[in-house]
Design a protein around this ligand. Structure first.
Ligand code: C5P
Length: 221
């Protein structure tokens, strides 16, 4: 069975930071599935297509060529050969992605890409439905959670460091809206797999979360 660790959870909970640290430490591949939805939204927008889920949009997504390159510090993302990191990480792109992500046809169109990512190499995959839908057979599933308040504060710090012009109040609203959309959608809603280990990170540092995961890792691999 393929070695896979899934890390699911809501926006701003720190999935990416934790997943990347684990992938680097263990030399595993890393799938940022949120980036896949962000890329899909940007790709459609750039082709002047709406975020509808018609056959046109689904067919267009098959033309999307995505590359992730993990360096010592960041994951660089390329869409059809062009680096797209800056616009990809903007809050407005996350909001577009979450509108697209409610559509079952779009989710189905992106499924094979995620499942085939990195062949059969050991994989850390983060997102909303990694443990429930995309990799239900993963031997270790983790669900990270934290209050909406603390997630908005963390995201605020990240975006300000990148020089984005955001306010904490606007981010809190955006996170609440995304939470509602991600948790309440009919297909692949955000929820822990029945066999996922829940970690509440509200009062934990990244280091403390990694230590908890290390203990689980030892028991599984
Ligand atoms: O994690 P990130 O903020 O990059 O994800 C952007 C949006 O993509 C999420 O708000 C969610 O709606 C959607 N998404 C999803 N399923 C995933 C990963 C992300 O629906 N596995």
């Amino acid at each position: 069975m393929r070695k896979i660790v899934t890390i699911d959870g809501p926006s701003g909970v720190g999935k990416g930071t934790v997943a990347q640290a684990l992938a680097r430490r263990h030399g595993w591949a890393y799938l940022d599935s949120g980036a896949v939805y962000r890329l899909a939204a940007l790709f459609l927008k750039r082709q002047n297509l709406s975020l509808a889920a018609t056959a046109t949009q689904v067919a267009a997504l098959q033309e999307m060529a995505v590359d992730f390159v993990m360096t010592e510090t960041v994951v660089r993302v390329f869409l059809n050969g062009v680096a797209i990191d800056d616009v990809l990480r903007r809050e407005e792109t996350g909001a577009l992605a979450s509108q697209l992500a409610v559509k079952p046809e779009i989710r189905a169109a992106l499924l094979d890409f995620q499942r085939n990512f990195a062949g059969d190499a050991p994989l850390i995959a983060d997102g909303r439905d990694m443990g429930t839908v995309v990799f239900p057979e993963a031997p270790l599933k983790i669900f990270l959670d934290a209050t909406a308040e603390i997630r908005a504060e963390r995201r605020y710090k990240q975006l300000i460091e990148k020089g984005e012009d955001v306010t904490l109040a606007a981010l809190k609203k955006e996170i609440a809206a995304r939470d509602a959309r991600d948790r309440n959608r009919l297909v692949a809603p955000l929820k822990p797999a029945s066999d996922a280990v829940l970690i509440d990170t509200t009062d934990l540092s990244v280091q403390a979360v990694l230590e908890k995961i290390d203990a689980l890792w030892q028991a599984h691999f």
